[in-house]
Design a protein around this ligand. Structure first.
Ligand SMILES: Nc1ccn([C@@H]2O[C@H](COP(=O)(O)OP(=O)(O)OP(=O)(O)O)[C@@H](O)[C@H]2O)c(=O)n1
Ligand SMILES: C[C@](O)(CO)[C@H](O)COP(=O)(O)O
Length: 244
């Protein structure tokens, strides 16, 4: 099932990147990260409605990077999860309770089409939604707040969450309104949409994704993303050549 709505949080400041402009506007292969991410989402879900969360005074954005016919610009919030809730509120009058909503970080331009389609399928089948994730492949250490190892964590059963994460509109709206409400767990603990749904006592499905669906966060991630996108383009070219 193709999602009715795509929410793309793109209102972050990119502090950990330390660049002049927010990381979503840094260029890879002569196009901003934002353009790559939106193009990838459009390739998978051309008919979806896009809600793009941007800083209200974002001076970098250009509509030329938006391939979607149906798109809305939504003001971002203080935290990532606030931006997502703003988008859900913005489409309230148009959304049906069982509309499938996918939320995908603008900072993840390398997500594969196959993973996007598989996540949408699993999110459709799971009443509690679904998220892309990868099993932890490194040993996990917990520090003692003084730069030393306090403990080694049992990594069995641990996953690194990615995006997209997909849920029905009514469930995601209820989960975020409750998590961020006066009695909620608060934005600092809602670092992804799934955690708000889990706070309702539900268990979203984990969908094993590719490890190269990286979130561009630190300076070294940009060159890595550029390499991944180049390799994906080469692979797609080879597949097209073989098919023709
Ligand atoms: N108030 C916010 C904060 C983040 N994001 C978006 O959420 C995604 C994941 O957040 P993160 O990687 O933390 O981005 P930043 O918050 O920009 O990075 P930093 O924490 O380094 O400032 C990004 O696409 C970012 O643009 C958002 O829409 N609104
Ligand atoms: C949503 C997310 O990408 C899942 O791993 C991650 O939680 C975003 O965290 P950030 O600190 O807002 O980058």
């Amino acid at each position: 099932m193709t999602p009715r709505w795509l929410i793309v949080p793109a209102a972050g400041a990119g502090r950990r990147m330390g660049s002049e402009c927010p990381k979503q506007y840094l260029c890879i292969a002569e196009r901003p990260v934002l353009a790559h991410t939106l193009a990838r989402l459009h390739l998978a879900f051309p008919e979806a409605g896009l809600c793009l969360c941007l800083q209200a005074d974002d001076p970098y954005f250009s509509a030329e990077w938006v391939p979607f016919a149906d798109y809305r610009r939504v003001s971002g919030g203080e935290e990532r999860v606030d931006s997502v809730l703003n988008a859900l509120r913005a489409i309230e009058s148009e959304a049906a309770d069982d509309d499938l909503v996918l939320v995908h970080d603008v900072a993840r331009p390398c997500v594969s089409i196959d993973n996007l389609l598989e996540l949408a399928r699993e999110a459709t089948l799971s009443a509690s939604g679904a998220l892309l994730a990868t099993p932890v492949a490194d040993t996990i250490k917990r520090d003692d707040a003084a730069g030393r190892v306090q403990s080694t964590e049992d990594r069995r059963g641990l996953w690194q969450a990615q995006t997209p994460q997909g849920f029905r509109y009514a469930l995601l709206r209820q989960a975020l309104e409750m998590a961020l409400g006066a009695e909620g767990i608060g934005a600092s603990l809602v670092t992804d949409e799934a955690s708000a749904v889990e706070a309702l006592g539900l268990a979203p499905r984990l969908v094993a994704g590719r490890r190269d669906n990286i979130k561009i966060t630190h300076p070294e991630d940009l060159a890595l993303a550029e390499h991944i996108l180049a390799a994906q383009r080469q692979s797609e070219h080879i597949q097209e050549t073989t098919a023709s």
